[in-house]
Design a protein around this ligand. Structure first.
Ligand SMILES: Nc1ncnc2c1ncn2[C@@H]1O[C@H](COP(=O)(O)OP(=O)(O)O)[C@@H](O)[C@H]1O
Ligand SMILES: [Mg+2]
Length: 245
């Protein structure tokens, strides 16, 4: 469904991604793992069109989308869920959800999908008139995923849905992602929670310094010593960096 071919991208003259190759087949869940600052969010931005490619190509359902605007990609069904803090706190839960459907004109379909989101996340229905700024971290995460569903995705890209959440809430969010995948929405999930993501996904990629280091079936990666080592290496380097700042 999604094919990322030799993608180079970054900010201004600063190159972050240096030739990324990835594939996400239709159906199921693929995860992209990597430590802080390794280029995960940058890759999602390049795929959803928020930053331009320097080199390479992105195909969606066999069509090159590299030059399309973000809303055009959304209309094709390629939808990125941004990090949870990007819900609008001064809008109600329902207003935030409806905002997710801004590229659509089918009013009946939008209302049906709102109902579907409330079935996935009953707590959002309970809180639909409440300002998003009053939600818990887990509820905000459900809200941004729900907002993504309102765009009627064929493929949903999630950026660290487990970030800053308690382990019990992470489990709940991941169970929901699994249920969404079972309805036929293909999922690409970026994570730092390696263990959980590899349990959830069928296939995984590990990025470091802007290139894919390791890829494989999630079942195999989870027991791969190189996977553990690469993450430990990353976190030690990051800690050392943080201490120097
Ligand atoms: N808007 C930006 N302008 C310049 N550099 C950025 C910007 N966003 C991210 N970066 C840099 O790009 C690198 C990768 O960032 P990012 O893709 O957000 O990493 P990750 O999501 O894996 O934590 C980091 O070094 C970060 O500082
Ligand atoms: Mg990120």
């Amino acid at each position: 469904m999604l094919q990322i071919n030799d993608v180079h991208a970054g900010y201004g003259n600063l190159k972050i991604l240096r030739g990324v190759n990835m594939q996400v087949p239709t159906g199921g869940i693929v995860t992209l793992l990597g430590g802080n600052g390794t280029g995960k969010s940058t890759l999602l931005k390049a795929v959803s069109g928020l930053i331009p490619l320097m080199e390479g190509e992105v195909l969606f359902d066999g069509v090159s989308i590299s030059k399309m605007k973000p809303h055009e990609r959304m209309r094709l069904g390629l939808v990125q869920v941004t990090q949870a803090k990007e819900a609008y706190p001064a809008m109600t839960v329902e207003e935030n959800l409806v905002l997710g459907a801004y590229t659509r004109r089918d009013r009946a379909g939008i209302l049906a999908d709102l109902e579907r989101v409330y079935e996935f996340f009953p707590v959002l229905r309970e809180r639909r008139k409440q300002l998003s700024g009053t939600l818990s971290g887990g509820e905000v995460q459900m809200l941004v995923i729900g907002r993504g569903l309102m765009a009627k995705p064929k493929m949903l890209m999630l950026d660290e849905p487990s970030a800053a959440l308690a382990p019990k809430v992470v489990l709940e969010i991941f169970a929901n992602i699994n249920r969404i995948a079972k309805t036929g929405v293909t999922i690409l999930v970026v994570e730092q929670n390696v263990r959980m993501a590899l349990i959830l996904a069928q296939y995984g990629y590990i990025i470091r310094d802007g290139v894919i280091m390791i890829e494989g079936e999630a079942k195999k990666l989870i027991s791969d010593p190189a996977v553990k080592e690469s993450f430990l290496g990353g976190s030690v380097a990051n800690t050392a960096k943080a201490l120097r700042n």
